[in-house]
Design a protein around this ligand. Structure first.
Ligand SMILES: Cc1cc2nc3c(=O)[nH]c(=O)nc-3n(C[C@H](O)[C@H](O)[C@H](O)COP(=O)(O)O)c2cc1C
Length: 196
């Protein structure tokens, strides 16, 4: 049974998948987050960014002009914007690449410049979740803490609470599924993102 939020509608969770590996580790964490969120009654929409045509931000600032109606670049980000605006929670899932998030995720994040402006940022107040996987031994020697720090600063600036994060060391695609602690944490994060 769907859990109702104030107003009677189920919470909406949007997941941005940053890995090119559909069955990779960050996708496995995200899948478990989605399962936790659905179990708590949320609707979940995931975007596999690697399969989408997403151009880099051009810094034209058209999105910030008075009366602007969002980003002027007509590509697949236009499919994600309405979902991001309508979301109650947003999950950023990525492998750690070169001590930061993947380029696929960073492109989409830069394009979210168009969600900010005079009227405030459309992401403000949403529940934020993070899911990272890395090949290094721990979050410190891998660049994971660097990525986490960037999100902490970004969402402190935007004004959206990071309600939880899950991260784990893993190499081969899907290996993280055998990390019971990380998978359990991912399920719990999903429930939290749903508002449970
Ligand atoms: C281009 C590239 C860059 C990487 N850079 C790092 C890195 O900086 N730190 C790290 O710990 N692992 C790094 N790795 C390993 C991945 O983060 C690791 O395999 C991760 O689990 C992949 O997640 P995925 O299965 O979701 O793609 C890199 C892998 C690739 C392909």
């Amino acid at each position: 049974m769907a859990r109702a939020k104030a107003g009677g509608k189920a919470s909406k969770v949007v997941i941005l998948l940053g890995s090119p590996r559909r069955n990779g580790n960050s996708a496995a964490l995200a899948e478990r987050i989605a399962a936790g969120a659905r179990a708590a009654g949320a609707r979940v929409q995931s975007f596999y960014l690697h399969g989408m045509k997403i151009a880099p931000c051009r810094a034209c600032e058209s999105c910030r002009k008075p009366g602007a109606k969002g980003c002027v670049i007509r590509d697949d980000m236009q499919k994600a914007y309405p979902h991001l605006r309508a979301a109650d929670a947003v999950v950023y899932a990525s492998p750690i690449y070169q001590f930061n998030v993947s380029a696929q995720l960073k492109l989409a994040m830069d394009r979210c410049h168009a969600l900010g402006g005079e009227a405030g940022n459309a992401l403000a107040g949403k529940r934020i979740g993070l899911a990272f996987s890395y090949g290094g031994e721990d979050p410190f020697d891998s660049g994971c803490t660097n990525a986490i720090r960037a999100f902490q600063d970004l969402f402190a600036y935007i004004g959206a609470p990071i309600v939880g994060m899950v991260y784990a060391s893993a190499g081969a695609a899907g290996e993280v599924r055998s990390n019971r602690k990380a998978m359990r944490e991912a399920g719990e994060l999903g429930r939290k993102l749903a508002g449970a």
